[in-house]
Write a protein that binds this ligand. Structure first.
Ligand code: URA
Length: 248
């Protein structure tokens, strides 16, 4: 693993700050001053300012994000960040982002490799949202969501769509573009009133109150890894279960 990634995982600093420490010559690997391109092996001894560092264990956290918390590292408006909510000894960061007013399942980890893979659309991690709109979409509107709508950054892929009640819709997507769900509903002429992510891959917030978090079980981490190891991802999990017909 590259030295800056190692330092980030050890909880010393973000990768960018780690680069600065390395450039300043403050980091040594087995007594040699580390370089930006230094690779660290499992048995290497890494020190900062001469003090040996212990590699941090990998941590995987599921947070039930409450409304009002932001998914950025710090907020100029002084709102709570999700990282502040998760008081954990490891320096975990969120995988992807949810808008400040969105609630629900958010994964945080210091496993940079898994995080990077999960964020990649090619792995097609299902994200299930419960959406309430101000006005009631018609069945034809929902069908448009299902087959894909045109957004300013390109068309959306096939989605799972199910009406839970009048203006309450369950939407399953595997992409993670900025404000994607809200923009998809805007594209069919309906503004989102509230947005809740009920599931992220295999993870649901069942049993977790808003603002509370828990560590993942090893079997859950394994499930996430399996999602990223699928050879030829299919959209089967998104499509057949839900359709655009009304269930009322
Ligand atoms: N899509 C949105 O529009 N907002 C979110 O927070 C998540 C997905």
């Amino acid at each position: 693993m590259r030295l800056n990634a190692w330092l980030a995982r050890a909880g010393v600093a973000s990768r960018r700050k780690a680069d600065e420490l390395i450039k300043a010559g403050r980091v040594t690997v087995n007594g040699e001053v580390g370089q930006l391109n230094t690779f660290v092996q499992r048995t290497d001894e890494v020190s900062l300012d001469g003090v040996p560092l212990a590699k941090q264990r990998l941590a995987y956290i599921l947070l039930h994000k409450p409304a009002g918390a932001v998914t950025t590292a710090s907020d100029p408006q002084g709102r709570r960040t999700v990282v502040e909510l998760v008081e954990h000894s490891s320096r975990v960061v969120p995988v992807g982002r949810l808008d400040a007013d969105t609630t629900g399942a958010l994964l945080l980890t210091n496993d940079g490799e898994l995080s990077h893979q999960l964020a990649h659309p090619k792995y097609e991690v299902d994200k299930v949202y419960e959406v309430e709109t101000w006005t009631q979409p018609s069945d034809a509107d929902l069908e448009r969501l299902r087959t894909g709508v045109e957004l300013d950054d390109g068309p959306t892929s096939l989605a799972g769509v199910r009406r839970l009640a009048g203006a309450r819709i369950e939407l399953t997507i595997h992409e993670g573009r900025n404000r994607q769900v809200k923009r998809m509903f805007e594209a069919i002429g309906h503004r989102v009133r509230s947005l809740h992510r009920s599931r992220y891959g295999p993870l649901t917030v069942e049993g977790l109150e808003p603002g509370r978090w828990r560590e993942l079980e090893p079997s859950e981490v394994e499930q996430l890894r399996r999602v990223t190891k699928r050879d030829s991802p299919t959209r089967a999990s998104v499509l057949p279960k839900h359709d655009a017909r009304s269930s009322d």
